[in-house]
Design a binder for this molecule. Structure first.
Ligand code: IPE
Ligand code: IPE
Ligand code: MG
Length: 254
């Protein structure tokens, strides 16, 4: 049985998030400049989007550029921003043909203006599509997002539109950049690093984590299926006992 056939189709995650890491090391291993690794990384994005579409995944969030990535050498940042413009332009037709809508989270207003405008154009053009929602995390940092939400709440309290006592999980969540997106059930990180690097800290409270040594440019459909099969073999307990979960399941079946 192939990996893809092992996947139980009515139990795939609604939302998968990926920290795409290892482009630089992929290039270095081959004696190439780091930026070539990023270019190869775009092919892996294409493969992954295709695999997610085939499995009927509703949301795929890809960490493409963190707030901390501004600390990289200027030539690399420039190349990444150029690649972003080129890719969203080039893929616009594929998104339309495959009913994919593009979304973005992060401090988008502080992206270079050309990147921002190309991104917005593709987001608008694809906004009516009802298939996979592809979410790019760009100039994103979870701490930034949480502080922004806290500031908005403080403003609402100070202008009297919200009482301090009304601050709760729901009012907080409604101010995150992901307010319209369910929390991911599965988070994948490539390249053998075991950290979350300021990504979706609030949203991954109960997410299953999957780490693979594969460098992002080598990530394939098979790797994606493997992560989903692994996810489906896990028991998500949400604080309960295994016995309670089994009882719940039996009650559902009866
Ligand atoms: C991930 O690959 C892509 C971005 C962070 C933009 P890296 O560029 O971090 O690759 P490594 O970790 O240096 O190998
Ligand atoms: C995380 O990768 C950010 C993205 C994938 C965009 P990094 O390569 O920036 O993370 P660290 O620095 O190794 O934690
Ligand atoms: Mg890295």
């Amino acid at each position: 049985m192939s990996l893809k056939e092992k996947i139980i189709r009515d139990r795939v995650p609604v939302h998968i998030a990926i920290i795409m890491d290892g482009n630089g090391r992929w290039a270095k291993k081959r004696g190439f400049v780091r930026t070539l690794g990023h270019e190869k990384g775009v092919d892996a994005v294409r493969e992954t989007v295709e695999a997610a579409t085939e499995l009927g995944i509703r949301y795929l969030t890809l960490y493409a550029f963190s707030t901390e990535n501004w600390n990289r050498p200027k030539y690399e940042i420039d190349a990444l921003m150029k690649l972003l413009v080129k890719s969203v332009n080039k893929e616009r037709k594929t998104f339309m043909d495959n009913n994919i809508s593009l979304m973005a989270i992060g401090d988008l207003g502080n992206l270079p203006s050309k990147s921002y405008h190309e991104l917005m154009k593709t987001i608008e053009d694809t906004s009516g599509n009802t298939g996979l929602r592809l979410v790019l995390a760009l100039n994103y940092s979870s701490r930034w997002e949480i502080v922004e939400a806290a500031r908005s709440l403080a403003r609402k309290v100070s202008d009297g539109t919200l009482k301090a006592d009304e601050i709760n999980i729901d009012s907080f969540v409604s101010l995150l950049t992901t307010s319209s997106i369910p929390d991911p059930e599965l988070l994948i990180r490539t390249s053998g690093e075991y950290r979350v690097s300021n990504f979706l800290l609030w949203q991954i409270a109960y997410t299953e984590l999957y780490f693979t040594p594969t460098l992002w440019p080598d990530f394939s459909k098979e790797e994606f299926y493997k992560a989903v099969v692994d996810y489906q073999g896990r028991e998500r307990r949400f604080g309960m006992t295994s016995e309670q979960l089994k009882q719940q399941k039996n009650r559902h079946l009866n």
